[in-house]
Design a protein around this ligand. Structure first.
Ligand code: HEC
Length: 106
């Protein structure tokens, strides 16, 4: 192999690994919020946020901003438990953002 094409191959491999890594990283961040939701929130709020089990609010109608969501998830309210012991602040941010992926009620 000529020296030039070896470098070209190396560059291509690095580029492919680089672009893959980015996509995988992003997908992980998204599904991490979803995973936390499924593990911690679904039993009351349901897969689509509207199950309203145990008196839970319908999250599809919720119009809370990010700060208010994070506050409720961290501290709890009424029947809803505080998650500050189970989730760190990064995980609370991720699950609070995930609520935006729930379907919106008309
Ligand atoms: C044990 C059942 C239960 C679990 C588990 C639970 N919730 Fe709740 N959630 C509730 C109840 C009950 C309310 C209504 C609280 C109130 O206002 O008295 C509520 C309210 C909320 C609200 C406020 C909605 C609004 O518009 O006022 C948000 C946001 C929320 N929950 C998000 C979550 C997230 C995110 C999780 C998972 C980390 C979660 N909840 C887990 C029961 C639960």
């Amino acid at each position: 192999m000529k020296k030039g094409s070896a470098w070209l191959t190396l560059f291509c491999v690095a580029w492919i690994i680089g672009s893959c890594g980015g996509a995988i990283g992003k997908r992980k961040a998204l599904s991490k919020g979803q995973r936390i939701y499924i593990e911690q929130c679904q039993r009351c709020h349901g897969a689509h946020g509207n199950a309203q089990l145990n008196g839970a609010k319908n999250l599809q109608y919720s119009d809370l901003n990010m700060e208010e969501r994070i506050h409720i998830i961290t501290k709890g309210r009424g029947v809803m438990p505080a998650f500050s012991g189970n989730l760190n602040s990064e995980e609370i941010d991720l699950v609070a953002s995930y609520l935006d992926s729930l379907p919106v009620a008309p």
